[in-house]
Design a protein around this ligand. Sequence first.
Ligand SMILES: [Zn+2]
Ligand SMILES: [Zn+2]
Length: 355
Amino acid sequence: MVLPPKVITIEANFLDAREHDFYNAIYTQSVAQFGSYVESGTLLNNYAHILDLLTRLRQAINHPYLVLHSKREIAARADAPVTTGGAVCGLCFEDADDAVLSACGHTFCRGCMQDYIASIAANAATLCPTCRQPLSVELSAPKAGAGEADDGYRATTSAGVTSMGHARRGILSRLDLARFQSSTKIEALMEEVHLMRERDPSAKAIVFSQFVSFLDLLEHRLVRSGVRVVKLNGGMSAGAREVCISAFKEDPDVRVILISLKAGGVALNLTVATHIYLMDPWWNPAAEYQAIDRAHRLGQHKPIRAVRFVVRNTVEERILRLQDKKRLVFEGTVGGDAASLSQLSEEDLRFLFQN
Ligand SMILES: [Zn+2]
Ligand SMILES: [Zn+2]
């Protein structure tokens, strides 16, 4: 059984001047902070902080809102702890999605914690990102209560957003939507979706991002231009997931499914899609292949087009190069070590932050 061809392309864009200034300010801060860890010889003890620097940079590239209107930023401005909604994840500082609790009593998104643990270099200490005690967390445990608030499936129509159950209080609730500004990345996707629909009016697309808040912004922008979408988060109940996935598969008017890469673990079969958009590069090449294989698998009869969006002159270009490096090492190693694909070694971190 031969699968139809898949074409994977990289679409590279430049930030506009406003976005670039914003990104550069954060980049300069991050490099200085990284340098201070190197100088004091505490790089490997500051994993959570360094991943956090990386997250902020990647969010700034996707859209400045993701930094400016994050729960952390709002809490910092108010000089008070975040109190709205459920528990806040100590890694992404948003409402914890599919929350897990560490033994020391701190809350994280299951996906954030999985990524964190997978990234820690073999020789680094595994510490709680919040309190820096040795980390103990049960990732296979059933959902903590805090995750239940995420169960609401939001059926989105071109006419607006209908809430079923309790909707997550996402980033959109913190924005003045009448003055919504788009971003280079968002418009790059809009252009691709537009071209897709011109070529094949019945085509469907999967859009992946690491960031649930970015999916919220993409959803808003797509719906505003009349594209019907559904969205899959990590914290959804099995029932809500099923409703979302079958809407994408069976409703010809639903064109796009937005999926958090952190919700990806399950064996989704989405061969109804012929277009795959990866909104933010990840250093683990295996994660991107797995995402593409949601559509490129048995049952797919049409060619697949996958687009990886990347912004030039930013840390994203380095992430792509790191990905290539990891792939080469992996393929050159007998019985390649899969764990090394997701880990960030000290050398990898230096490659990302130093010139
Ligand atoms: Zn999180
Ligand atoms: Zn802790």
